[in-house]
Design a binder for this molecule. Structure first.
Ligand code: PAF
Length: 288
């Protein structure tokens, strides 16, 4: 596996592959890789001849008081894992390579509306930070496809919208959530959980699953379902930010005719903010 720290080095390698007409799949990450990330890499392998992974903890998407400084940085370990997965190129730039003039950059990519609801409501500027770095990474790598985990459902929706609106010539693919045996969605932030919190955390997915079952069984008072699970989680150690049933894709409030739904939750457990979601189709099987 090649490791590139500069934009020029990535461009040089990528232009050679493109000249040979080799297809390229890209997996952007912030490192501290777990099985969920490695699943994205495996999927990328199946999609293209060359796989590029980036590791960059992007300060632009962290708010004040968030965990940018403490976000786990494990480059040596990550690099071994990616080499084992047969990744062709790892792009691991320093901060100054991506933001040479500092973080006060003039140009930002924003996706208003979709970025202001759910996670965006409590994390102002977060999705602009994500869209800006992802756009920049897309311009650097210029792959045929890019793969993102569906755990960050809203992030995926924002990126798909940006790619459509700006006609970025790339296919964005969502990969299914990878869960621990307990049902807890894999996340780098799970490392922050205490032993006791780890016992409680799987309740999040159990609630999503139960809400999903009830909707499939034709319960249609969505606000009541959401309120019930919010209260239940709050009584059981969580501090719920939102528990919502939305339309897939644009995350609007579903109308009576909408059959492709996603139930999303964000909740704090101690000092750790956890998110999860479950997609369901009323016309067919749930995506679980
Ligand atoms: O999901 C992530 O790890 C990050 O938000 C991403 C997409 C790599 C952008 O920094």
């Amino acid at each position: 596996m090649q490791i590139a720290n500069t934009i020029d080095a990535v461009r040089e390698q990528l232009s050679q592959w493109r000249q040979r007409r080799q297809t390229i799949a890209f997996v952007p990450t912030m490192g501290n890789l777990h099985d969920g990330h490695l699943q994205l890499v495996k999927q990328a392998r199946g999609l293209a001849e060359k796989v590029v992974v980036s590791i960059f903890v992007n300060p632009l998407q962290f708010g004040e008081g968030e965990d940018f400084a403490t976000y786990p940085r494990t480059l040596a370990d990550d690099s071994d894992k990616l080499a084992n997965e047969g990744v062709d190129l790892l792009f691991a730039p320093e901060l100054a390579e991506i933001y040479p003039g500092g973080l006060d950059i003039a140009t930002r990519v924003t996706v208003p509306g979709l970025s202001d609801i759910l996670c965006g409501a409590s994390r102002p500027g977060h999705f602009a930070g994500v869209a800006t770095i992802v756009n920049k990474l897309f311009n650097i790598v210029q792959s045929d496809t890019a793969i993102f985990g569906e755990k960050d459902y809203q992030q995926l929706a924002v990126i798909k919208r940006m790619v459509a609106d700006l006609a970025i010539p790339m296919e964005v693919i969502g990969a299914a959530i990878v869960r621990e045996p307990s049902g807890l969605a894999m996340s780098s932030r799970n490392a922050y959980l205490t032993e006791e919190e780890r016992q409680t955390a799987p309740l999040l997915y159990r609630c999503l699953s139960q809400a999903c079952d009830r909707i499939i069984a034709s319960e249609s008072d969505y606000p009541a379902i959401c309120e019930e699970f919010t209260n239940y989680l709050n009584k059981n150690g969580f501090n719920v930010e939102y528990f919502e049933i939305r339309r897939q894709g644009d995350l609007e409030i579903p109308g009576l005719d909408d059959t492709s739904l996603v139930i999303l939750v964000a909740a704090r457990l101690g000092s750790t903010r956890l998110i999860d979601n479950i997609q369901l189709s009323l016309a067919g099987e749930s995506a679980r």
